[in-house]
Ligand binder design. Structure first.
Ligand SMILES: *Cc1c(COP(=O)(O)O)cnc(C)c1O
Length: 315
């Protein structure tokens, strides 16, 4: 198998993350449910962005960056984890966030305050304005800077989740289904490409928690990541499934998402979040109820983190 030798990583987290069987949920849903504990990636409060950041910050470091910019919503887990990782590496994070959602010192905002991070809000709905602002601030600083896109979802960040499937294989785990939340797309695209390369028997389903054109986004990231790896694979929309779990809107809790958070908490003692993992797990429950899984199917749920938001989003 091919190695991602061309692309360096910095070590930020603790890998491999555990895979656990969910006994009570398996019984309740009539299939074999496992969880990949990417909420335990070992920095901040854990979460999926750490795998992407190991690639992105290695690139930033190689380019001599001293300031790391990124963006997202006010309660972005990605922004918080980027700040934590940049701090650990001795770089200066500057977060320019969309002024939407909870901007009070709660949840991820509190964590950023504890890290002493420079957090700015921009009243815009267009990330293009924010990337321009990063250039303005970066150039004014006179220091070398590096811009990480929303969610860390570019081709390089996507490699983190290609690696995750490789890691699963190395853990000796084969699955029929892999289920994740899809917010900016890199996680899903990485898993779908990783499954193609390392676990072709696994069907990947992305539970969409926002209203972006995810089929297009996933395909583009899969193709770009495959090109970075130099692997010749034919990528098409048949490689994955998508399901709409957005409900009342991005970062707004849904009834089914909240029920899924409660089910995981009360049956397994694990905490999901209302923005991503709760909605994604609601999608898994819905698929089980529709008969999408056979009793002996092995279904892997990616716990992608989100603990920071759990304490800030109204449920
Ligand atoms: C960002 C995030 C996701 C979505 O991952 P993308 O790669 O942005 O699609 C899922 N879960 C949590 C907790 C996140 O913070």
């Amino acid at each position: 198998m091919m190695e991602n030798t061309k692309h360096e990583k910095v070590s930020l987290g603790i890998f491999p993350t555990p895979v656990q069987r969910l006994e009570n949920i398996s019984r309740a849903l009539g299939t074999q449910v496992y969880i990949k504990r990417d909420d335990m990636t070992g920095i901040g409060l854990g979460g999926n962005k750490v795998r992407k950041l190991e690639y992105l910050l290695a690139d930033a470091k190689a380019k001599g960056a001293q300031i790391i910019f990124t963006t997202g919503g006010a309660q972005s887990n990605h922004a918080m984890l980027t700040a934590a990782a940049a701090r650990k590496l001795g770089m200066t994070p500057i977060l320019i966030l969309k002024k939407r959602g909870v901007t009070a010192r709660q949840g991820n905002q509190l964590l950023e305050h504890l890290m002493g991070v420079d957090v700015r809000f921009m009243d815009t709905n267009d990330y293009a304005d924010i990337y321009e602002e990063m250039d303005r601030v970066g150039q004014a600083s006179g220091l070398p800077y590096y811009k990480i896109p929303c969610g860390g979802s570019n081709a390089l960040g996507t490699l983190g989740y290609v690696d995750c499937v490789k890691e699963l294989r190395e853990q000796g785990a084969e699955f029929d289904h892999i289920i994740c939340a899809e917010g900016s797309g890199g996680t899903m695209a990485g898993l779908a490409l990783g499954a193609k390369l390392y676990m072709p028997g696994a069907r990947v389903t992305g539970m969409m928690v926002d209203s972006d054109p995810f089929e297009e986004i996933t395909l583009r990231l899969m193709r770009e990541a495959a090109a970075l790896l130099g692997v010749a694979v034919n990528v098409s929309a048949q490689d994955f499934d998508l399901r709409d779990l957005c409900g009342p809107g991005y970062a707004i809790a849904s009834e089914e998402g909240n029920a899924a958070v409660s089910m995981m908490a009360s049956q397994e003692g694990l905490f999901l979040d209302p923005v991503y993992t709760g909605k994604a797990f609601a999608g898994l429950i819905a698929m089980a109820k529709e008969g999408a899984f056979k009793p002996d199917d092995r279904v892997l749920f990616l716990h992608s983190g989100g603990a920071g938001g759990l304490f800030a989003i109204e449920m």
